[in-house]
Design a binder for this molecule. Structure first.
Ligand SMILES: [Zn+2]
Length: 275
């Protein structure tokens, strides 16, 4: 958390509210928050934000100055937030970067993260390309059904582990993986290559539907997630299985939801999700 839907909510708000704005100045709370490109910081002052991208769970500001393009990459990771108002932050002392803008509202972007080391990168086009290819697999929003089925059917490990493997498919975390597997009726420990094509297609459909619905509802506000304007998401009220251990299966099969504690928690219905 945040996962793809939350990162996409952030991207969309930034696109609406700061695309076209120019950067007045950038304040850094600590130097070690920048993984790469610290020396290029002054280049950004006076540049214009021309586009906002998302790769997996990272949000990227594309900046332009003269004919040159550079990028500010903000990893949201498990706890990261990008906020318009300082007051929206869960605490003041984890604000690691403030981008002051030459516009009235919002007049700044605040990057907050309880985990601090190396969560921001300042990259040129080449650097961004290397960063992308190193870290991000398929994007669930653009991946085709054929690509998805091929990836799962080739997997000798657990389907859930594959869904969480960012270099294979980027942006899905524990919450949405649990929800998707429940909707598709697949056990979290099922081995990818052994799941029928029909069920894998069902998983693809579940992935698309759940991600789209979660974005529409502003994401899930687990662990303090907020959109840049400070509004919490509401998709957590739609969760069917995540953290519902002991409750009856929402499909009405009469079985209680169980959890598996190995790795990160998996929640599943023993009747509806056979191995
Ligand atoms: Zn059930």
């Amino acid at each position: 958390m945040p996962e793809l839907p939350e990162a996409e909510v952030v991207r969309r708000q930034l696109e609406t509210c700061v695309r076209g704005a120019s950067i007045h100045s950038i304040w850094l709370g600590r130097d070690d928050i920048i993984r790469q490109g610290r020396e290029s910081l002054s280049w950004y002052e006076g540049s214009q934000i021309v586009e906002v991208h998302r790769f997996g769970k990272s949000v990227v500001l594309e900046c332009q100055r003269d004919q040159d393009q550079r990028y500010i990459v903000a990893e949201l990771g498990m706890t990261g937030l990008v906020l318009f108002q300082r007051e929206s932050a869960p605490s003041d002392h984890h604000i690691h970067m403030v981008v002051h803008l030459n516009q009235e509202s919002p007049e700044a972007l605040h990057y907050w993260n309880a985990r601090r080391f190396g969560r921001l990168s300042l990259l040129d086009s080449q650097g961004l390309e290397a960063y992308r290819s190193r870290r991000f697999g398929f994007d669930p929003k653009t991946m085709s059904e054929e690509e998805f089925v091929g990836m799962v059917k080739q997997c000798r490990g657990r389907v859930k582990t594959l869904l969480l493997h960012q270099q294979r498919i980027a942006g899905i975390g524990n919450i949405y993986a649990n929800e998707m597997l429940f909707q598709a009726g697949i056990h979290p420990y099922a081995q990818g290559s052994r799941v029928s094509v029909k069920r894998v297609q069902g998983l693809y459909k579940a992935m698309k539907e759940i991600i789209d619905e979660a974005i529409t509802r502003g994401g899930s506000s687990i662990r303090d997630f907020k959109a840049p304007d400070g509004t919490p998401g509401e998709y957590q009220t739609c969760h069917q299985i995540y953290q519902k251990e002991g409750r009856l299966c929402p499909r009405g099969c009469g079985t209680a939801i169980r959890s598996l504690r190995a790795e990160r928690s998996s929640f599943y219905c023993p009747s509806c999700q056979k191995r």
